[in-house]
Design a protein around this ligand. Structure first.
Ligand SMILES: [Fe+2]
Length: 265
């Protein structure tokens, strides 16, 4: 793609450490835990799920459920902590006069799926100093060029994510796909362009066929490598395995990636 990947990675990698943590993950894991521990409360938990997950209801709404949890299991609940940092940007790419890329205002992120991921999520916009870097724009255009080789299009809307998954001694499960094997509801995706892996094991990318069981590809991407694939309406499904600290004597392990959801028209 004509990018000096070593220089690019060196200059952008630390910005991932400063992104805000994703509280949607935590709220989802808390509800999952309560459903598992209190099966007789599943209906009530489902009733509050949407408003709690989207942040309309505060954690106080969980108090009546937590009152039913035995003390020894409360510790497990309180160990549910954020495991991801995230920033977002939105672009429009037009092919009308060469490849024209324009950054757009970030709107609440909704994935085109039938799961909870279609609920609106607000993430911090990425710094324009980052997204206006010439090599950054080259990267986006390069990925769009890969898509163009597979399917013709005139316009593309791109939802771009910086995601930093981290594991600490208290982390229960640091997964970048807590939803499991899935599609993202975009026409094409770059599910992960890896920027950094630090003291980390796991984070193995897997692509499955339409039965969601036949493993077609399993690979551990190194920094500078990525995967671009068709998504919604294709036969391909994907996930990435949770990460863990490779050296447990160190307090932190992490994996930083750039992901693109691309919608064609
Ligand atoms: Fe995905």
């Amino acid at each position: 793609m004509g990018i000096d990947s070593i220089n690019f990675i060196a200059e952008v990698k630390d910005s991932f450490l400063e992104l805000p943590t994703d509280s949607y993950d935590t709220r989802l894991a808390q509800i999952k835990f309560l459903k598992q521990e209190l099966p007789h409360q599943i209906e009530r938990l489902e009733h509050i799920f949407e408003d709690y997950y989207t942040g309309k209801l505060s954690e106080v709404v969980l108090d009546p459920f937590l009152a039913e949890i035995p003390t020894e299991k409360l510790e497990t609940f309180h160990r549910i902590q954020p495991f991801r940092r995230r920033g977002i940007a939105q672009f429009h790419l037009s092919m009308s006069n060469g490849m024209q890329l324009e950054e757009q205002e970030v709107i609440p992120f909704c994935q085109r799926t039938t799961s909870y991921l279609n609920l609106p999520r607000h993430f911090q916009p990425l710094d324009s100093k980052m997204t206006h870097r010439p090599d950054y724009q080259k990267l986006i255009k390069g990925v769009a060029g890969l898509v163009k080789e597979q399917r013709d299009f005139n316009e593309m809307t791109i939802s771009l994510h910086h995601m930093h998954t981290f594991a600490t001694p208290n982390t229960v499960k640091a997964s970048n796909t807590p939803e499991g094997i899935h599609q993202d509801g975009a026409d094409f995706i770059a599910s992960a362009i890896v920027v950094e892996r630090y003291n980390v094991g796991g984070g193995v990318s897997r692509i499955y066929g339409e039965d969601k069981q036949t493993l077609l590809l399993e690979t551990c991407l190194s920094p500078g490598e990525g995967i671009c694939q068709p998504d919604e309406g294709s036969q391909l499904w994907h996930e990435v395995t949770p990460i863990y600290r490779a050296d447990e004597t160190l307090p932190l392990g992490y994996r930083s990636i750039i992901g693109l959801d691309m919608y064609l028209n």
